[in-house]
Write a protein that binds this ligand. Structure first.
Ligand code: GDP
Ligand code: IMO
Ligand code: MG
Length: 429
């Protein structure tokens, strides 16, 4: 038995989708445990590119069950659209391949409306994806959320709508000056979604624990990244869920003792979308060069991603917080043309050297990076399939990343395609 978690080790978009797609070979169940359609996970297979927002990235493999756990917040319209898209492309031949937990919270129209209205205040904006994620989690914690099981019971759904909507409309109209939402329209629309989703609804915890007993391997797919975690990230510039390892158990009902490996995904450099501190960000031509070479535009919103050098201080934080057992280093090929590559090894803060990631975003904002410089390899590594295929300078760079992070590399990605991968060791063995 091996149950492996994939977690973003930076600010998201590290290439989790690609790595999950590859590791699905070793697992029978692939599970999303937090976040919602703020995620955009890209899979490139042959000449086909598929971006998934809610459905786990194992879905292209027939016979592998994809589970959406209780910790996820689900927008039913987006979910159904994603299924339709995949079915059109010839995937999900059997509806049993999907399972949606009955306890997960549903993203309702007021969540999106409030998220967008809040973001209009430029002085307080987080740079969210505008998908209603924060407001949906607020209602979950506030005990006034609508769960998937509520949606399938017309009387319960109607009662909850009547309880919640007046308060939301008051906020939308009186505070934000936005149009109110119509109860009848929401009731009809969302009851319709519930009917279509009913066949996928089940219990994530029971299903996964039975699978463990039967000897299945599980693959957990994190969304966002460690530094966007609601508790451990660069608050308030974070998402509203537990992106770190703790989210796996609360978001699925699988106990921590079943987890056998935790792989942190990191780019060979660093990116961030939205507001918030990013010490190794490059505001110069080099940042532009990385954005172009790495095609760094958001998979969900299309926004340009902020780009910078690899930050070893931040990665050490991810290693500690998640107990990472391995690193998957992606997008190494993006550095192909560079003469020199920098790595941030520490921060300078008011004349002091910091080797650890400050817990306060205001302090992080004032930190300047301390860099070590490495020689580039100035050659195309996209065809490398083993470590031996890599030029000496690329191997030296990877060895330095391992040393600085204190974690071994288990996978190296040298291009977006499934086959453009070096598997150093198997976290399932
Ligand atoms: P995720 O959210 O962590 O799944 O990552 P995204 O899909 O949002 O962003 C990663 C982007 O990088 C996608 O466009 C991938 O196709 C692409 N990608 C993944 N690995 C590599 C790689 O090794 N090299 C290059 N050039 N692109 C990659
Ligand atoms: P994947 O899974 C990168 C960022 C947003 C914003 C902050 C809060 O593809 O790696 P939210 O909409 O969640 O309330 O936005 O979090 N963010 C992501 N950044 N990748 C993601 O997902 C993200 N999901 C949210 O840009 O800064
Ligand atoms: Mg993404």
């Amino acid at each position: 038995m091996a149950n492996v978690v994939i977690i973003g080790a930076q600010w998201g978009d590290e290439g989790k989708g690609k790595v999950v797609d590859i590791y699905t070979e070793h697992a029978q169940q692939v599970v999303r445990y937090q976040g919602g359609n703020n995620a955009g996970h890209t899979l490139v297979v042959g000449d086909q590119t598929i971006v998934l927002h809610l459905i786990p990235s194992g879905i292209l493999h027939p016979g592998k069950r994809c589970v959406i756990g209780n910790g996820v917040v689900l927008d039913p319209k987006i979910f159904l659209g994603e299924i339709e898209n995949l079915k059109k492309k010839g995937y999900i031949k059997d509806d049993q391949q999907l399972l949606v937990d009955s306890n997960l919270h549903v993203i309702m129209p007021w969540h999106k409306a409030i998220d967008l209205a809040r973001e209009k205040d430029t002085s307080r904006k987080i740079g969210t994806t505008g998908r209603g994620i924060g407001p949906a989690y607020e209602d979950k914690i506030g005990r006034r959320g609508i769960r998937m099981s509520d949606l399938t019971k017309p009387q319960v759904f109607r009662r909850k709508l009547k309880e919640v909507l007046p308060e939301k409309n008051f906020l939308l109209e009186k505070f934000f000056g936005e149009a109110p939402l119509d109860e009848e329209q929401i009731f009809t629309e969302y009851s319709g979604y519930a009917q279509q989703i009913a066949k996928y609804i089940g219990c994530c915890s029971t299903t996964l624990n039975k699978a463990i007993q039967a000897g299945d391997n599980l693959l957990f797919e994190g969304a966002q990244g460690t530094l966007l975690d609601i508790d451990h990230g660069t608050y308030p510039y974070v998402t509203s869920s537990s992106t770190c390892i703790g989210g796996v158990s609360t978001g699925t009902g699988v106990a921590p003792r079943h987890i056998t490996g935790v792989v942190g995904i990191t780019k060979a450099y660093c990116t961030r979308v939205g507001e918030g501190p990013f010490p190794s960000e490059l505001h110069d031509e080099m940042g532009e060069r990385l954005r172009k070479a790495g095609n760094e535009f958001g998979s969900t919103t299309g926004r340009p991603r902020r780009c910078g050098w690899f930050d070893a201080v931040a990665i050490r934080e991810a290693v500690r917080l998640n107990g990472l057992t391995g690193l998957a280093v992606t997008k190494l090929d993006v550095l192909n043309e560079l003469d020199a590559i920098k790595v941030c090894t520490a921060y300078s803060y008011k004349g002091q050297m910091l080797e650890e990631f400050p817990r306060d975003a205001d302090i992080l904002q004032e930190c300047t990076p301390v860099y070590e410089e490495f020689e580039g390899w100035r050659s195309d590594i996209c065809e490398a399939r083993t470590m031996a295929d890599l030029p000496a300078a690329a191997k030296a760079y990877l060895a330095k990343l391992e040393e600085l992070s204190g974690c071994p590399a288990v996978l190296i990605s040298v291009g977006p395609r499934r086959d453009q991968t070096i598997q150093v060791s198997n976290p399932f063995s």
